[in-house]
Design a protein around this ligand. Sequence first.
Ligand code: PMP
Length: 304
Amino acid sequence: MRAIQRTLGASRMENVAYLDGRFLPESEAKVTIFDHGLLYGDGVFEGIRAYNKRVFKLERHVERMYQSAKAIDLKIPHTPEEFRDLILETCRRNNVVDGYIRPIVTRGPGDLGLDPRKCKRGATVAIIAQPGIMLYPKDKYEKGLKLVTSSYRRVPPQSLSPSIKSLNYLNQILARIEANQYGADEALLLDIQGYVSEASADNFFIVQNHSIMTPYTSTNLPGITRETVMELAEKMGIKVIERPFTLFDVWASSEAFITGTAAEIGPVVEVDGRTIGDGKPGKVTKQLMKAFRELVTTTGTPIY
Ligand code: PMP
């Protein structure tokens, strides 16, 4: 409690989180050490943003979470409609105008041993909604991000479907640690065959001529920002190509960017020490950033 108060600062009111049917101060929203989410990473989650008193693509995020849960045979003890309402209520309790929302559903508490049948009580459901916007520092959007290719390959779909937004992020965390060690802003992971997959928690695009190109989601998460950007690009007359490509294509591209709910659209200006384009955020990337901002601030499910 004291540690949390220290982190939040004395002047700030503590946020309220949802946990298993109750709204609690964050410092009291605790799960047991026997929760299989903690013991085995057995669970799913979402990352959602609120802009201007509206939740962006709420339905799609809830849909993706239910799809992830279904893929791991995890029963969420609410209908998707109830879950949407819980998310909105958590936002209201925290007076969210702009914010970041994190629903989490785990297998729930159970004895040691990874068999999900040990979790007799059923799923743990938690929702964190934090006011304020979480962005990379502003200068990263103005100057661009530096990426390094990770020596770790993205876990192949033969081992774990990358479409499942699960609580197992060690593959990406190892890549991120490596990027930190190289002083880069982000890691770029290749798939098991050596084609470009995605960044540690963001999808990846390159720009060639007036086209944007991104790999199929067979090797990476079907990002909601990714699909939003693809829709926007098409409306703007920018060609969208989904196909496997290599690091050579990245190094030779005129622009590159990452997409994700937290990062939004992040221009990439360097990969593995090679300058991308002229080393500044590119024209197409900037056009997409502008259109994206316009969309997120004018659409979404009203909170109030
Ligand atoms: N890939 C991974 C591995 C992610 O965790 C995320 C979410 N942060 C993304 C891509 C981007 O997805 P979205 O645009 O839906 O946030």
